[in-house]
Design a protein around this ligand. Structure first.
Ligand code: 4AD
Ligand code: MG
Length: 463
């Protein structure tokens, strides 16, 4: 079928042009004057295209009057300047071909308003709503802007494995991958499950981060990034956590924590600018219908420099704020969402980079600072969302790394490849991970992270 997208039709095709459009019916209204109005959406943009279907059509009574929301049609007709309010152009149909009818009663996205909670149970249909269509388009353009940003800076896109045998964050929150029978797995003499007989001949899991493999490529190619799915089996039922989410992880050789923070800031600003430039219609929709003010916030942040503060100073700011937090702040604590948001929203009134966290609350691979108690780590905090980026300079000193692995209860033998990078031509290097869904959440103002990924996975949620 030669069809033209509605987005193209609405962005300046001359009235008088013959067009064929195809899409799903959002509404049908029958006028006494002997014609029907159809609102058609094809997903290419937020706006619907209005079609006027005159009663003279051969199949007017047989087909057009049986069209209900959700039905699919291909319409051939002429583009005309519209007399009605609400649209500049409309299509006067010469032919309406029904591709698929939809029964009038059962369609779950009929005229009534459907809440996000209910829509989460209908992931196969929710992309047909204004909100989820807009999220899908913004998500796409942020992914595209990500690849453009790194490509233009000479970063290589590296595909790291999804199935892995090492736990990058050392937190143990991994989904195991196995082909062993869960009821009667083979056992060793001591009763433990014998993973030598498993598919990979050892224990394997879904990756929590592509960082460790990304580092091996950075320590050969210079600047690289990964962009792929990651998995965490933590039982976090919050509006900021998913069990399956996408992460963007750049890694730079010959770089320190300052270079890392600079890259993070330039990257986020590039993303904000891209979504403002290319997603304006959808952003206006979010501003009107989802979170008033989200547009002005993005405009403000697209040019504002980020705040910078050390963890130690940030904790002091929290302690002396006079604010009654649910968790009282103290040095050594893992920052809670309420602390992160307070710093970004009240103190810095915008994004802030917090650096040099206590070693005890961060992963083994972060570079120890000379003070003996902090590491060269950074988190970027945003208003509303809290932590969006976590990163660090990596420990490049072989002996220090080995000692830290042992102290963290990890077996250095299992990190032999990682240690080899330090054995052979070790270089200072740094990188970070940006949670892609938290980014989409921030740009759209959507309240729940489960509504910015097509098929959300969370505890007890795998529809
Ligand atoms: O801070 P995290 O755990 O850092 C890492 O995984 C490092 N290996 C990254 C690196 O240095 N290459 O995760 C990075 C980001 C977080 O800041 C957050 O935005 C997001 O990933 N994230 C999640 N997003 C949704 N659901 C979850 N359960 C998430 N856990 C982390
Ligand atoms: Mg983190």
């Amino acid at each position: 079928m030669k069809r033209i997208r509605i987005k193209t039709v609405l962005s300046g095709v001359e009235p008088g042009t013959r067009v064929t459009v195809a899409g799903w019916v959002r509404t049908r209204r029958d006028s006494k004057g002997g014609f029907s109005f159809l609102e058609i959406n094809d997903g290419s943009c937020l706006a619907n295209l209005q079609v006027i279907a005159p009663a003279e059509l051969d199949n007017y009574a047989g087909d057009v009057l049986k069209l209900h929301p959700g039905a699919s049609v291909a319409v051939e007709g002429t583009l005309e300047a519209s007399e009605g309010a609400g649209q500049a152009v409309e299509v006067r149909a010469r032919a309406v071909r029904v591709l698929g009818f939809a029964p009038p009663v059962e369609y779950p996205l009929g005229k009534q308003k459907v809440g996000f909670d209910r829509l989460r149970e209908l992931p196969h249909l929710r992309a047909r709503t204004n909100s989820f269509g807009a999220v899908a388009r913004v998500r796409h353009l942020l992914a595209n802007a990500t690849h453009r940003f790194f490509h233009e800076r000479g970063f290589l896109y590296v595909h790291t494995p999804i199935i892995t045998s090492s736990d990058c964050e050392g937190a143990g929150a991994m989904f195991q991958v196995t082909t062993l029978d869960p009821h009667t797995p083979p056992r060793r003499a001591d009763g433990a499950v014998d993973y030598e007989q498993d598919f990979f001949g050892r224990r394997a899991a879904l990756t929590v981060s592509g960082q460790l493999e990304g580092e091996t490529y950075a320590c050969a190619m210079g600047d690289i990034y990964t962009f792929g799915p990651t998995f965490r089996a933590e039982n976090s039922n919050t509006r900021r956590h998913l069990a399956e989410f996408w992460m963007i992880e750049p890694e730079m050789a010959f770089a320190d924590l300052d270079d890392d923070a600079e890259l993070a800031e330039a990257f986020l600003r590039h993303l904000f600018q891209a979504v403002l430039r290319d997603g304006a219609d959808d952003l206006r929709f979010f501003d009107r219908r989802v979170l008033p003010g989200v547009l002005a916030r993005l405009e403000r942040l697209a040019d504002a420099p980020f705040g910078r503060v050390t963890y130690t100073e940030a904790v002091r700011l929290l302690e002396t704020s006079g604010r009654a937090f649910e968790f009282a702040p103290c040095w050594g604590m893992d920052m809670q969402s309420e602390h992160e948001r307070f710093l970004a929203e009240e103190v810095f009134k915008g994004p802030v980079v917090v650096t040099d966290y206590p070693a005890a609350i961060k992963a083994f691979y972060m570079r120890r600072n000379d003070d003996g108690r902090t590491v060269a780590a950074m988190d970027v905090l945003l208003p509303e969302v809290g932590e969006i980026i976590g990163g660090s300079q990596r420990e490049e000193r072989m002996e220090v790394l080995e000692a830290t692995l042992r102290a963290s209860g990890l077996n250095p033998d299992e990190y032999a490849a990682y240690l080899d990078l330090r054995r052979y031509g070790s270089v200072p290097h740094a990188g970070f991970g940006l949670g892609f869904e938290r980014l989409v959440q921030f740009c759209t103002g959507m309240h729940n992270i489960r509504d910015v990924i097509p098929y959300p996975r969370a505890p007890r949620l795998c529809v």
